[in-house]
Design a protein around this ligand. Structure first.
Ligand SMILES: O=C(O)CCC(=O)C(=O)O
Ligand SMILES: [Fe+2]
Length: 548
């Protein structure tokens, strides 16, 4: 890459550095291992140097690397960082201790702009203010020859004392005593107390140093999430959703219908002990292609033995293997992890992220108990949907929809853990080997689930004045409270809609069950693996659920 024009003065990066310079702020400097001026071999892909302060910012002319002088000069920003604590040895330059008072660069005021500039080059002084007519011109009106400019030794050796207090660069390890384990301070990364490496919070129940040469591991068991914290999160969620529902018509019992034109078909019914809100989702021609059901739980259901209260308390006390997995540029030094923590049970569910999987025979009772609740929910919701569409004209729904009740039992369950501020962005559950029904049980903190049509759905709705407007915004927003379940049905729903989940609290589990068709798996070994891992063990029968 060769720079062909002057650097932008308004870029946020230079503006923030200017602000830090003016405010005399401390800046923690992190160096990547690709830097050609590293005086030692870089110990990590990214290494934290120290706290620095900015002591000079100027714009400098140069001939772009790889270009010739004829190609023209360009101006680039330069920022001088000096280490804040000059008495502390620098690990990247062993043995070097600078003398703060040794040298001072000469400064001179420009006759043209009346601003002072440092004499930073060996060739002598000239104005360094890029807005000045005399910028890069010696006082005698002679242009500075940009080729071969060298910084003066005074400028290189100058040191500016930093007189404000310098805090520690190392944040404190999350304190197991005061925290319950899923708040921001716990979910953030940590600095290894053994080797000093910076680490990401990868595992739900323990901390491990990512430096392969280090052995640091520390258990981080969750404390029981306080009941009153859950209560107040629930109250806040109910208030927030209630206020939003009132702003939209029709005012639905549980959900916010953001586009009533779009969601014309909905009903509320009772299934088992649950109040169930059914929303039937259309394609662009208005035909129902499937739907979404929210099964709202009750305190009675939640507190039954083996019910959501017990499941939540068991999940927070156990280590079921939840971890964050590489989501972006896996294996690269810029690798990004999923926001939420995952563990796959049963057949392996392959989506954008590779998640570790355990067979149902290895699954704890909690998972199998949740699985049977979801199997019940699937059966109850799809039967109700079949009744609803059965009463409609044949051309009001997609023909394939009748098959949903015949779809196979779930053979997979993905457990997700969300800490404070974790979320899952818009996506579909539409991988080709997936069955048409997906069901989830929500435990702990409340959350908001949102649905919107995808661009490819080509939805257009007539709006006022008969102009037609595409719809890609949320059409439905549903709170999922502790103990609630949701069911999505219809393959086309996943093709034309996407959903996102935003937890509104600090500890939530979502257990989502699917059917993954081994016959559609390309690799033979995967099919066998799915058959074995997805078989529900006999001992799980005791968890069969009746809807109450
Ligand atoms: O967190 C949830 O309730 C559901 C998450 C989800 O959409 C998924 O697992 O695909
Ligand atoms: Fe999903």
């Amino acid at each position: 890459m060769t720079r062909i024009g002057d650097a932008n003065d308004k870029a946020t990066s230079i503006q923030s550095l200017e602000n830090a310079f003016k405010a005399k702020s401390l800046v923690a400097v992190i160096a990547g291992d690709g830097h050609p001026l590293y005086p030692i071999e870089a110990p990590h892909p990214y290494a934290i140097l120290d706290f620095f302060h900015i002591t000079y910012i100027w714009k400098e002319k140069q001939i772009p690397k790889g270009g010739s002088q004829d190609a023209g000069e360009v101006s680039v920003w330069r920022v001088r960082f000096e280490k804040a604590n000059l008495n502390k040895p620098s690990w990247w330059k062993p043995g070097y201790i600078p003398n703060p008072a040794a040298v001072k660069t000469r400064e001179q005021t420009c006759m043209k702009c009346n601003k002072s500039s440092k004499e930073i080059f060996t060739v002598g002084w000239f104005c360094l203010k890029n807005f000045c007519d005399d910028y890069f011109i010696f006082p005698g009106q002679q242009k500075v020859d940009v080729k071969g400019l060298e910084y003066s030794s005074e400028f290189l050796q100058e040191r500016t004392p930093f007189t404000e207090p310098i805090p520690s660069l190392t944040p404190q390890m999350p304190d197991g005593k005061e925290l319950h384990g899923t708040e921001m301070a716990s979910r953030r990364g940590f600095v290894c107390p053994l080797c000093g490496s910076c680490n990401r919070r990868i595992h739900w129940n323990f901390l491990v140093c990512e430096n392969k040469k280090c052995t640091f591991v520390r258990q981080a068991p969750m404390k029981a999430y306080p009941k009153d914290a859950l209560r107040s999160e629930n109250e806040d969620c109910i208030k927030k959703c209630h206020a939003r529902r009132l702003r939209h018509r029709p005012n639905h019992l549980h959900a916010t219908i953001l586009n009533s034109n779009h969601l014309r078909n909905s009903e509320v019914l009772s299934l088992g002990g649950f109040t169930v809100s059914m929303f039937y989702l259309p394609d662009k021609s208005g035909k129902i292609i499937g739907g979404f059901a929210l099964l709202a739980s009750t305190p009675g259901i939640n507190s039954r033995p083996g019910g959501p209260d017990e499941l939540f308390r068991e999940l927070e006390a156990q280590d079921i293997g939840l971890r964050r997995n590489p989501a972006a540029v896996a294996g690269h030094k810029l690798e990004g992890l999923t926001r939420h923590f995952q563990q796959n049970f049963g057949a392996r569910y392959k989506f954008g992220v590779a998640v570790q999987s355990k067979g149902f025979d290895e699954a704890p009772a909690t998972i199998l108990c949740a699985l049977y609740r979801l199997i019940w929910a699937k059966q109850a919701v799809t039967s109700a949907a079949r009744r609803y569409i059965g009463a409609l004209n044949q051309d009001a729904f997609d023909g394939d929809l009748k098959k949903i009740t015949e779809s196979k039992n779930f053979n997979e369950l993905l457990a997700l853990g969300y800490m404070e501020n974790d979320s899952i962005n818009y996506h579909d559950d539409g991988e080709s080997e997936l069955g048409p029904v997906v069901a989830a049980l929500s435990l702990g903190s409340p959350s908001l689930m949102r649905f919107r049509p995808k661009r490819k759905s080509e939805f257009v709705l007539p709006t006022q004045g008969l102009k037609h407007k595409p719809v890609y915004k949320d059409v439905l927003e549903v709170p999922m409270m502790h103990g609630d379940m949701m069911v999505m049905f219809g393959t086309q729903v996943q093709r034309l809609y996407e959903h996102a989940v935003e937890p509104l609290g600090k500890r939530r589990f979502a257990l989502t069950a699917r059917y993954i068709d081994p016959a559609k798996m390309v690799v033979k070994a995967d099919k066998k693996d799915a058959d074995i891992k997805g078989a529900i063990p006999e001992r799980a029968r005791q968890f069969e659920y009746d809807g109450f």
